[in-house]
Design a binder for this molecule. Sequence first.
Ligand code: SF4
Length: 352
Amino acid sequence: MKFCTNCLTPVLAKDQNSIEIIKQEYLKDYCPWYLGYSGGKDSSALLKLVIIALSQINSYHKDITVIYCDTGVENPIITDYVYQTFESLKLECTVLGLPIRYRIAVPNLEDRFFVKVIGRGYPTPTNIFRWCTDKLRINPVKQIIDKHPKATVLLGIRNGESEQRDRTISKHSKSEYYLTQSGSSKNQIFSPIIHHSIKDVWATLMFNDFPQSIDGQKLGKLYKDAGSECPVYRELPGKSCGSSRFGCWTCTVVRKDKSIFKMIENGYAELTHLHEFRNWISEFRDNQEYRCKRRRNGQLGLGPFTIQGRKIILDKLLEAESKSGVVLIQDEEIKRIKELWEIDLNNPNYIE
Ligand code: SF4
C-alpha cells in the first residue's frame, strides 16, 4: 500500500496506477494540459489525482489549466460550490508551488441563454431544438483550448457507464488512456480514470484527504441532494446534456427538473422561485399567442417569441430574481436584450 506524499491516507491501487500514468504523461512532452472541470464527481476525482501526481514531481516544465464553464444559468448552489472550491484550490496549489491555473469560461454575450431567449426570442430548448449545449457549454471552453493546436485535454471519461458509451469510447480510442476528439480539433483527450468504476470514483473522492479543497463529503451531499451533471467539453459525438441534471436551472429539455425539485425538498429554499420560473416558461414557450407567425428564415411556421412575449418573460424573470434574492441576469444582458428588441421592432414579422 502506498501513501500520498502530502497526507497519511493510503492511496487506492487504481488511483496509484492513474497517478503513475499522469506523472509519466506529464513529463513526456511540452503540450499544454487543460482539464475540463464541471464540479461533478468524475472531473473532481480526476483533478484530485492530477494534483496528487504533480505533488510527487520535483520540477515543472508546463502549466495545467483547469477550466470551469459558467453558463450564467448554472444551478446557483453548484456554482457557489465550484467558485469556493476554486478559491480554496488556488490557495492550496500556490502554497505547494504547483503549476495549476484556474479559469472560468463564459459564453459570448450574444450566446447567453437570456440574450437568446428574451433578446432574440428563441424558444427555450427541447430535445428537437437543442440550440444551447454548444453555445453555452462547449464553445466557451473550446475557444480557450483550441488556441493551442496541440493541447491535451484531460477529461473524467470512464468505461462502464453504459454499453453505448463503451462502444463510442472504443471507437475513438487511440491507446489505453487516450482518445481522439471528434470534429476538426487536433487536440487529444487523455482520461487517466478511464478504468475507474463509479464506486472507485467515490472512493477516490472520499479516501484521498489531499487536496483538502476537493471535499468528497461535501460533494457527496450535493449529489445526494440533486443528481448528475452536464458535459464541459465536446468529448465524443452523440454526448449531450439534456437528460443529465447538474446543469442549467433554466433547462427545458427534460419535462421535469427533478434535481432542483429534490434540492428544494432538501432545504435549498432559494431555488423555489427559479423552479417556478422554469416550469412557467416551459409552458409559455408553447403558447402560440406569443410566438411569431414566421421563422427567422422568413418561412411561415412557429417562429420566435413576439416582442410582447419577450417582455413578459423579462418581467417574470426579474420578479423571480427579486423574490429569490439570487442574481439571475446581468445588466449587460438586459442592455443587449433591449438593443435586440429595437432591431426587431423595425421588422413587422417579429411584432406578432
Ligand atoms: S442543461 Fe439543458 S439548457 Fe443547459 S446546456 Fe444542457 S441541455 Fe441546454
